[in-house]
Design a protein around this ligand. Structure first.
Ligand SMILES: *Cc1c(COP(=O)(O)O)cnc(C)c1O
Length: 406
């Protein structure tokens, strides 16, 4: 059995997550006609009343949306909400989390330059860095982000530090204040993928991070009906992204999806504490289960990166003992459906064993040694006792198949 500190702290369960975030989301100015929900501006372009308005808008003397690949009022409403929640000056919506990640990183790193990324960052971010970036002559060095000395050693000469705390599949934490201080000393831009914690549980900008990225497809949307992304930061940084990549790469957010995200955001501060509570109940029971060797959940970490987390999301992983037939266990689950993505209402399971066979040669989980006995759960909003009963019966079934299916 692996050594694992048991520092489970129930305090976050008592936190008030409904205060600030809920207020930010509730304070709608009335929209046209007194509507409490903004209209979907389903239009590609916006016309001008006269020549002077067009000329003044083009010259930047006047503000008005011009074309929906740039600005769209429904999308701008979403961007303003995310900026407010993250404590940022500005935000920019994108057609996916990967559009936000690629446009942001490419705005700050160019040919012949180098960046530093945490190991076990999101799989497609890793594939972007490994597939496209060598062709652009951009070098990416990976570090154990939980080790500030390793990050310090890798930083000199880099243009960007790419964080994700906690990381995908392994849920390793990074000390945001320490690492951003190291980067700032050398003028290096810092980004973080904050999809897991959301601004309800972690506000990276207040801890020194420059740019906060989200796959809005996950908790921000929260209903598994949208693929979208967003980046939030200072007005100057967002302006730089707008000028360098956003308009030209063209990965804009659609008005309808912006509208769905606004709807999802209204319940974010209600959903997150529920995911946390159910996730912790299941994590605690898994930890006590004889077929589980370790649980990769930030609640069990002693790392200083924990101090910027006000609570825990419902996504984590665990490693099962050798005698568990993983395909049988996964197939026996009924509430946990087999599928990628996470952050929606529904519980999901991803076995690392299957993910390790994805894109051979460009697989971050294989490269950084994620055990094939790792299983990731997205704990949804269902009744937690139903979820646990499902897990318990699946373990019983996987035991019945012991070794017979290997
Ligand atoms: C899903 C995901 C992304 C990518 O977002 P898309 O909206 O699918 O493009 C980025 N980071 C993390 C941590 C994710 O889970």
């Amino acid at each position: 059995m692996n050594e694992q500190p048991n520092t489970f702290d129930p305090a976050p369960l008592a936190g008030d997550y409904l205060g600030e975030a809920a207020t930010l989301l509730a304070h709608d100015d009335p929209f046209p006609g007194g509507a409490v929900v903004p209209p979907i501006y389903q239009t590609s372009l916006f016309t001008f009343a006269n020549y002077a308005d067009m000329a003044d808008t083009f010259a930047g003397r006047r503000k008005q949306p011009i074309y929906s690949r740039g600005d769209n009022p429904t999308v701008m409403e979403f961007e303003a909400r995310v900026a407010a929640l993250e404590g940022a000056e500005a935000a920019r919506g994108f057609s996916s989390g990967m559009a936000a990640i690629s446009a942001t990183v490419l705005a700050f790193v160019g040919a012949g330059e180098r960046m530093v990324a945490v190991r076990n960052c999101y799989g497609d971010a890793y594939r972007l860095f490994e597939r496209l970036f060598p062709r652009l002559h951009i070098k990416v060095d990976y570090v154990d982000g939980s080790d500030p000395d390793a990050v310090a050693a890798a930083l000199p000469g880099a243009k960007l530090l790419y964080l994700e705390s906690p990381t995908s599949m392994m849920f390793e934490l990074q000390d945001l204040e320490h690492l951003t201080r190291l980067a700032k000393e050398q003028g290096i831009v810092t980004t973080i993928d904050n999809s897991w914690a959301t601004p309800v549980f972690q506000k990276p900008i207040s801890h020194g991070v420059d740019l906060v990225l989200h796959s809005a497809s996950k908790y921000l949307g929260g209903h598994s009906d949208t693929v979208a992304g967003v980046v939030a930061g200072s007005a100057a940084h967002i302006k730089h992204i707008n000028e360098q990549t956003y308009s030209q790469l063209g990965g804009k957010l659609s008005p309808f999806e912006g509208w769905l995200l606004l709807r999802g955001l209204r319940t974010l501060p209600l959903r997150l504490p529920h995911h946390m509570k159910s996730g912790l109940i299941i994590a605690e029971r898994l930890k006590a289960h004889g077929k589980v060797e370790r649980v990769n959940h930030p609640a069990y970490s002693n790392h200083p990166g924990k101090k910027t987390l006000a609570g825990y999301a419902g996504l984590f992983s665990f490693e099962v003992t050798e005698d568990v037939d993983i395909p049988a266990f996964v197939d026996a689950l009924k509430f946990f459906r087999i599928g990628v993505s996470w952050g929606g209402h529904e519980s999901l399971v991803v076995p690392a064993k299957a993910s390790l066979e994805q894109t051979p040669g460009i697989n971050s989980m294989a490269r950084f040694g994620v055990s094939p006995r790792t299983i990731r759960f997205n704990v949804g909003l269902e009744n937690v006792e139903d979820l646990w009963a499902d897990i318990a019966q699946a373990f019983d079934k996987s035991r019945a198949f012991d070794k017979s299916k290997k």
